[in-house]
Design a protein. Structure first.
Length: 440
């Protein structure tokens, strides 16, 4: 019976995902992050001396955030608790915090690791705060999102943030070669795979160790088994890395980096770069409607009244993407993106709102001038609502010398067209209107 159990265990170990089997348990086996874990570096010293503070690991997927937490779990003398931000609610958090508080009173430490901590809502994050403040727990959070935006400021201020970087191709090559030799990896196989193939995997993984190991495992699984071992051909490898759509993290930092690159390329009137970043997103599996919504925003934020056709074109592109879908809608978005890149640019509408918003937020009680108030009742008319109002269409000029801003803001200017594209005519028109209203 024991032999059968052992055999079953061996089988289970063999079929555990490669990335899981290769997860190191000590710092000597950790690959990358030399700026944090090199000899003499702060984080390494804190881990080796078991003096870790509450901290946040921030970095892209597959760079070792969870692995670092596992290494700490093996080294620390504290009770180590692994929390899931996806499945844990406030009730579970409070139960664990109560246990941690009891442990603290008898001098025992509790380390709580929360993977994907950005998925916790404000209430869940707040539940940790008093226990972090009192030292009942040492909190370790891992996130792919910018902690400044996703972690409550009160909680963040009590944690050190360590920024983990995407692994280099050299880091990944080291990991892949170690995997081929390791008993936990493919050391039990006589594996034939060239350094050029490993380098292609490392380049394809784009800094993500999990991706690199998953691709290697896929290539080996589909390799040719012969009398002298398993051989991975270049044709097999190309099939394994032919498409990255399933590897694109639509909610991670790279998602925001790419949409930022698209937006800024259009803003800089660079259609080639704009189409490239568009293709990067769509071919990786991005939702075309997300891109289309960003293009609609761009049409007003960066093109604005310099070309007012940009807005209806962007909205039409969104509607077309909605009922056509991928892959056919790729050319529709290409059309819209190139149009935006080539259109004259003006952010005057955006700036106008930002300026008006600043005044609106600080001057919330400014009364509406009587002359432009509505007067539907007799009492309102008796209170001079609407007194002095001039119906613009009744005038020859189709406008009146009538103040429409509150007295405290009289003369304030928010919209200042910069004269690009169609705004050249608008700028001239506005100057004429203002001159007429001044009586010039």
């Amino acid at each position: 019976m024991s032999m059968e159990q052992m055999s079953l265990f061996d089988v289970q170990e063999t079929y555990r995902p490669l990335a899981s089997r290769m997860r190191p348990e000590d710092l000597d086996g950790f690959v990358g992050q030399e700026h944090l874990l090199g000899e003499g570096k702060l984080l390494r010293q804190l881990i080796e001396q078991d003096r870790i503070p509450s901290m946040i690991f921030w970095g892209p997927p597959g760079v070792g955030k969870t692995t670092l937490a596992g290494i700490i779990a093996h080294r620390t003398n504290a009770r180590f608790i692994n929390f899931s931000a996806v499945t844990s609610g406030i009730k579970e958090i409070k139960e664990v915090m109560a246990q941690a508080e009891q442990s603290r009173r008898v001098g025992a430490k509790t380390v709580v690791f929360v993977d994907e901590i950005h998925r916790f809502n404000k209430a869940q994050q707040d539940a940790f705060l008093p226990y972090v403040e009192k030292g009942s727990i040492i909190l370790i959070g891992a996130t792919t999102e910018n902690p400044s935006f996703e972690i409550n400021s009160a909680l963040l201020s009590r944690c050190r943030v360590f920024v983990l970087q995407a692994l280099t191709a050299e880091d990944l090559m080291k990991l892949l070669k170690r995997t081929i030799r390791s008993d936990n990896g493919f050391g039990y196989l006589n594996l034939h795979i060239t350094d050029d193939m490993l380098h292609r995997i490392a380049e394809f993984a784009n800094g993500d160790a999990r991706t690199a190991l998953n691709v290697l495992e896929m290539a080996v699984t589909n390799g040719d088994i012969g009398p002298d071992g398993t051989t991975v051909s270049m044709e097999t490898l190309k099939q394994c890395i032919g498409k990255k759509s399933l590897l694109y993290d639509k909610k991670g930092e790279e998602h925001y980096n790419l949409i930022s690159a698209l937006h800024k390329s259009m803003r800089n009137s660079d259609p080639d770069a704009a189409v490239y970043w568009l293709a990067r997103m769509l071919e990786a599996g991005e939702d075309p409607l997300y891109v289309a919504r960003r293009v609609v925003r761009f049409a007003s934020e960066d093109v604005g009244l310099a070309d007012s056709q940009a807005m209806p074109l962007a909205v039409a592109a969104y509607q077309a993407c909605h009922f056509i879908g991928m892959p056919e809608c790729n050319v529709i978005l290409s059309h819209a993106v190139i149009y935006m890149a080539m259109a004259p640019k003006s952010n005057a509408a955006d700036v106008a709102y930002i300026r008006a918003k600043a005044d609106a937020e600080t001057m919330l009680a400014e009364p509406v001038p009587l002359n432009i108030r509505n007067a539907p009742t007799k009492l309102m008319k008796e209170l001079d609502y609407g007194k002095g109002y001039i119906y613009a269409h009744d005038t020859e000029e189709k406008m009146a010398r009538m103040q429409c801003l509150p007295d405290s803001l009289a003369g304030r200017e928010y919209y200042t067209p910069d004269g690009q594209g169609a705004e050249a005519a608008l700028k001239k028109r506005l100057e004429e209107i203002k001159a007429w209203k001044r009586g010039e």
